[in-house]
Each structure stands twice: as C-alpha cells, then as structure tokens.
Design a protein. Structure first.
Length: 732
C-alpha cells in the first residue's frame, strides 16, 4: 500500500486518529515500510520565535513529503520544556513546546514524525552533577563527552525517549551521534565492564600490534550495537512495536552491516558530495546500503539544499543543478529522497524551490523507484573487517581509494555492477559472473574459502594490491590467503602496509613488447615481437609502457599463469637530462592472469584502482575496463553507446525492466560546484531481455513519451535522443 494523504481522514480535530494510522496501528504496513519522501528542517534555538508553521505545512504539501525529521533534544537544549533539570530549555521561549506543536501539525496533515536527537555531547552542568558519566584519559583527566558505558547512555538518554513519547507520540527516533569514538576511555565504567567481559585490563594505548587493543576495538563495536538494541527496546516499550530507533549510518562506517541487519529503515547521513566525492559515488552508496537491507526495504538519504559541500555555508542556497543532481543520482541508485534545511527561516529564498519538482516527479513515478531488483553481474566487494583491522587508521588510503577507483573505472566503461559486503557473497554468489576485490588486504580464513569456492565453480575474479595477505586481525600471513587462486606467492616477509607514494616516477612494462613493429624511432637492441597480446591489453598496441606511480614487491608466479606487465623502478624526472631508465626491466609482476577451477582470474598487484582514483589517468581506467570485460565475457546485461559521462542503473520489477540514466557530463568531473547541465545524445542502448519481460513498449518517464521498441536476438534496442539531467525508461 502506498502511503499518501488520501489514506487519511481529512484531519480537523483528528490528530490522535492520524497518529494511530501513521504508526501502522490500523492494520496498514508500518510507517517505515511505506514512507518514501522525507523532509528535515533542522531547527536552531532561535527558531522557537521564527518558525512559520502555516508556511511549512504548505511546503510539506507542495513537496509531497510523507514524513518529517524534527529536532527534539540535542547536546545544548531541548525544543520542548523537559522535566529533566539538567536538560537546558530554549533561551528564547523556554516554555514553548516547538517539537510538540510541529508534531501535532504533522499528524494532522497525515505525516509521520521521527524525533531527531543528538546524544553526542551534553550541556553545562552535567559534569558537575555526574562526573562519573564522562570519558577519561589515561591520566584521569575528563574527556570531551559522556561515555558510552556510563549511566548517561543506559539511563539518562532512555529517559528522554520516554518523556518525548509520553508528551508527543512521535513514530520513531533517530540520533545524530553519541556512540563513542576511536579513543580509549579509562573511566571506571569502561575499566570494570572490559575486565568483567573480556577478563583483561584496558590496553595502555592504541597499538594495533597489541592483541588486547584489537580485542578492545571489537568490544567497542559490540557495545555500540548493544546501545542500538537498548534504544529500540526503550522506544518500543514506551511507544508501541512500530516506534523504532533507526539511527544514522555514514559512508564507509564500520558496523554498517550489523546495523542494517537490525534496522527496518536505514538512514544515510551523507548530505552532499564533497571535494573527494561525486554523484556516481552517491548512487554507489545507495546500492551498497540496499545490498545490506534488501531491495524491498526503504533507505533514505539526507540531501542538503544549502551549501554543504564547500565549507558549510548553512544559509546559502546550493545551485539547483548541484542539489538536484545529488538527489537524482541517489534516487537512481536506490535512495529515497529526504531534503534538508538548516533553520526554519532563511533569507536566501532560492533553496525553497529546489526540492519541489524532484519530489513531485518522485511521487508520480514512485512505483518504479521502490521494490525493484538490480540487474548486474559484477560484484565489487567491501569489507568493514578489512577497513578496521587491515586499514588500522589508514583505511581511506588503503581501502576506500582502491574501491572508489574501481567504481570509477566501472562507471567509465559502463559495466553494470553491484557493491557487495564480503560476508554476503555466498548467499547470492549465483547472481555474479565476476567478483572484484579492490585491495581487500585483511580476510579471514572463511572469507578466503568463500572466494575459492566461487572461482572453482566458474566465477571470475579480479583482485588488486595485497588482497588476502593479512588475516582477520590485520596480521600478515606468510603468503596470500588466496595464493592458489592468484597463482602468485610471497617469497619473503610481508611488506609494510602498502600505500603507493604519490609522486613515484615508476612504470609498468607491457608484455610482449611491440614497439619494434610500430611507428616511431628504432634502435638496434629493441626486443622483437613474440606473439599477440592478451585481451586485457587491448588498445595499447602502440605503447610498451604505462605510467604507474606506485611500488611493487617481488612475487613468485606459478608456471600456469601469464604475466602481462612488469615493474619498472622509479628514476629521476628532473632535471630532464637525468630522465632515463636506470633499470629498464624487472621480473616483478604487475598483472597476472590465468584460471583456477572453472573461473578466470586476474591478479593486479599494481594498485591501479587506487592510482586511478588519485591520478584519473585514462590508461589505468582502460586497463581495468579491459580486465572487467575479459572476466565477464558475454555476461553483461546491457550496452550503451554514445558520448558522455553517464550513470546507467538497470532494475527488474515484476515483468518489466527499468533503466535509470543520470547525465554526469560536465557536472561530475571533480569541478565542484555544478550550476548547469550539459545535454548529450543520441544514446544507443541494447538491453538483454530476461525471461518474462516481453518488451512491447517503452515509456520515457522524464521526457514523457512512448516509443515502440525493436527486439532482436533476445535483446531490446532503442535510442535516447537527448539526455539533459536524467531519464527513466520503463521496458514492459
């Protein structure tokens, strides 16, 4: 059942009934399963005297929202008169219940309300009243906030939840923080709990070589989940079975998978792209989160309408093109829209127009944007375990950059893929023709066994960097955990955790060398051509060298494998007179291909995925794309021809296919911020038809036209004449 205002009575004096319906107490599906469009007006303290509630109620209607995130209690004050003496009231109108008024109005309009909390800190007076609630440094000095193991989290915050439910009956709760960080807390609560549960004293310092510290990391992660579960017990006991705590997850956050398994609604706190992000990565994050919770669950993302990507200009409107493209890319990947304002009164009125057309288009096309299954045969693997225990504080360089570079290569080559958590591979292995392991350095023995079984049965594999060279604790193995699959072995001790230097002047030499037979100057000792090159090196016939920029370790390669390129060590770049190769060749492999069981394998010790994210060299992207095509073979569900930088996302829904296209040309190339679109076209598209999809019609839901498809050899072919920002094509 779709949640719209038409499902509710015309609410004049029916707030209680509306709240019951919104909570799912009338027999409808729970609110968190059917609320797809959200709004958040993140109220400031001064908003208690400047909240224009009638205007906002009209704005909710104009933007077709179904739910609101409303500030209730934060680190500084509450938006209602709390009975807790330590909880400071609003300094402007301390006795006004702004949260309650907004909640009542929303319920009258048939909207769901989720109370927004912030438990990451406390106001003045807390430390004097309860010094035992605060984190402590090793020398006993108070830290910067309350401890996750203190009564603040176990008793005080739950008391606020109960008070808010008793006063205003929101449908659920979310919290902006308060789950602790990476620093070791030495308060009595932590010391006692760690000793009782682990049987040891707290580690002396954050030393990854200390097994006790690694135990502390796992213990802290488990404690975060305990608090998550506690919050849910409290809210459900006080507000009913559908009054849930849904919290927030952030990009590349540890514990995301565990949270996703216990949360009926996943909320993504990634409000805009930043200097390292992109629209394509927004779609990627949506698909990853859906891979954790399933494609019939709702995953909503906070989408800022103010300048969030460049210095937090809270009161300045983002250009409509920038905010709109972020919203559209998220929706194409599977996020449900949730627009976000800071403050209820703004002098830059441009931002109030941005959300309406996007939200109304979403409402009109809602049935195509939810409850759909992605169609892709390449799985790009993520691992929280590896990020924490192999990454050891350097996860952005060691784990995130290789993943992001691989995703960029897939995007550029237009090969459809899905992110997949490493512990979710086996149940859905049959859907993938290829798995990609972008420098998954830390892997457990069981995770290695899952990958071996996948390849033995005929799945293909691409792995990069030092994948599987470290165990589940991030400790080095004597050899790769996947050495038999790679056909490569470490002859000596494991190298230091490898992060390629940013300016290293190194190269990869391609095999066989072909320059003796192509246009250019020649010398007497040039190697002669010794056979055709592998398909992975397609397009490189006129070069024997590729820029690399990283470093490599010597490996022993099994005789049944082929080395396609080798390492050329760095040499001077300046002055130019010194720029000549000191060592022209080595036997250090950069790319090894072969087979294992029934599957193809490409092992790329040269971390070109990470280098591609750093340098964006087209050669790196081309080589990665070649490897993906070679390993995938003919298991690619669609092709797209035409110029442009295009996100293409294919879904299956009952007896139809849905192709969502997003035009990133000129807007997603790192030149932040975008303020215009760059139309492209025509695009020629061919989609393989699965059983049950007849392809008798094409409906273009953005350009609002209908076309007759051409079906040939089990595929449907059509053109998109012009792509401005996005298009959604329904094939049925």
């Amino acid at each position: 059942m779709t949640f719209t205002r038409g499902n509710f009575l015309d609410a004049t004096g029916a707030a209680v009934l509306d709240a019951a319906v919104a909570s799912g107490q009338s027999g409808a599906a729970p609110w968190y399963a059917r609320c797809y469009r959200w709004a958040q007006i993140n109220t400031s303290e001064k908003d208690v005297v400047q909240y224009d509630l009638p205007w906002w109620r009209e704005q909710w209607k104009r933007t077709a929202v179904q739910g609101l995130f409303v500030n209730a209690a934060g680190t500084e004050f509450t938006q209602y008169p709390s009975k807790f003496p330590l909880q400071r009231r609003n300094r402007f109108l301390p006795d006004r219940d702004l949260f309650g008024e907004i909640t009542e109005a929303a319920h009258r309009d048939g909207l769901v309300v989720v109370a927004r909390m912030d438990s990451s800190g406390v106001g003045e007076g807390f430390f004097q009243a309860h010094p035992d609630w605060f984190t402590r440094t090793r020398d006993g000095q108070p830290g910067n906030g309350p401890c996750i193991n203190s009564p603040y989290r176990e008793e005080y915050v739950p008391g606020l939840y109960r008070e808010i439910i008793e006063r205003s009956r929101p449908e659920g709760f979310m919290d902006n923080g308060g789950f602790g960080g990476a620093a070791i807390c030495y308060c009595e609560n932590c010391a006692r709990r760690f000793r009782d549960q682990i049987g040891k004293t707290l580690p002396n310092s954050a030393d990854w070589n200390d097994p006790v510290y690694r135990e502390w990391v796992r213990w802290g992660q488990a404690r975060q989940l305990e608090i998550w579960d506690l919050n849910n017990r409290v809210t459900k006991a006080a507000g009913g079975p559908n009054c849930v705590y849904v919290g927030l997850v952030r990009k590349f956050q540890a514990n995301t998978r565990a949270i996703a398994k216990r949360s009926p609604l996943l909320l993504a706190d990634s409000q805009s792209r930043n200097d390292e992000g992109s629209f394509r990565e927004n779609a990627d994050e949506a698909r990853y989160m859906h891979s954790l919770v399933g494609w019939n669950s709702v995953v909503s993302q906070s989408m800022a309408l103010y300048h969030h990507s460049h210095g937090y200009f809270r009161f300045a409107s983002d250009p409509p093109a920038e905010a709109r493209m972020y919203m559209l890319s998220g929706m194409a990947g599977g996020f449900q829209p949730w627009y976000h304002h800071i403050g209820a009164y703004g002098e830059d009125r441009r931002m109030y127009h941005t959300a309406e057309p996007v939200m109304l288009w979403h409402k009109k096309n809602e049935r195509y944007l939810v409850n759909r299954t992605p169609v892709a045969t390449v799985g790009v693997v993520r691992s929280e375990l590896s990020s924490v225990f192999y990454g050891r504080g350097a996860a952005p360089q060691l784990m995130q950059m290789p993943y992001r570079g691989m995703v960029r290569a897939l995007f550029r080559t237009r090969i459809p893929y899905l992110p997949v958590h490493i512990d979710d591979i086996e149940p859905q292995a049959d859907r993938f023709a290829v798995l990609v392991l972008p420098n998954i350095g830390g892997m457990s023995d069981e995770q290695c066994a899952v990958i071996r079984r996948f390849v033995e049965r005929g799945g293909s594999l691409i792995a990069t960097g030092v994948t599987s060279l470290y165990d589940a604790d991030g400790e080095p193995r004597a050899d790769f955990g996947l050495a038999p699959v790679f056909g490569a072995h470490l002859p000596g001790p494991a190298p230091d955790r490898m992060v390629s230097p940013e300016t290293l002047h190194s190269y990869l030499r391609l095999r066989p060398e072909l320059r003796a037979s192509v246009f250019g100057p020649h010398v007497s000792d040039v190697p002669r051509e010794s056979g055709p090159r592998h398909p992975a090196l397609a397009g490189f016939d006129e070069t024997d060298l590729l820029a690399f920029g990283g470093s490599l370790t010597a490996l022993r390669v099994d005789p049944d494998r082929i080395v396609l390129c080798t390492f050329v060590p760095p040499f001077p770049t300046y002055p130019p007179e010194t720029a000549w190769m000191r060592q022209e060749r080595t036997d250090i492999p950069g790319l090894i291909v072969g087979s294992y069981g029934k599957g193809k394998v490409a092992f790329l010790p040269a971390d070109l995925d990470r280098r591609y994210m750093l340098d964006t060299l087209p050669d790196h992207g081309r080589l990665l794309g070649n490897l993906l095509r070679w390993t995938a073979g003919d298991n690619i569900p669609f092709t797209l021809e035409g110029s442009g930088y295009i996100g293409a996302y294919l879904y299956r829904q009952e007896n139809r296919l849905i192709l969502h296209l997003v035009n990133g040309t000129g807007t997603d190339n790192g030149e932040q911020i975008s303020d215009e679109y760059f139309p492209i076209g025509p695009l020629k598209i061919r989609v393989r038809l699965p059983d049950g999809v007849k392809a008798q019609s094409l409906k273009f839901q953005v350009s609002e036209r209908v076309a007759r498809p051409r079906v040939s050899q089990g595929s449907v072919e059509f053109q998109v004449p012009r792509l401005i920002d996005h298009e959604l094509v329904v094939i049925e």
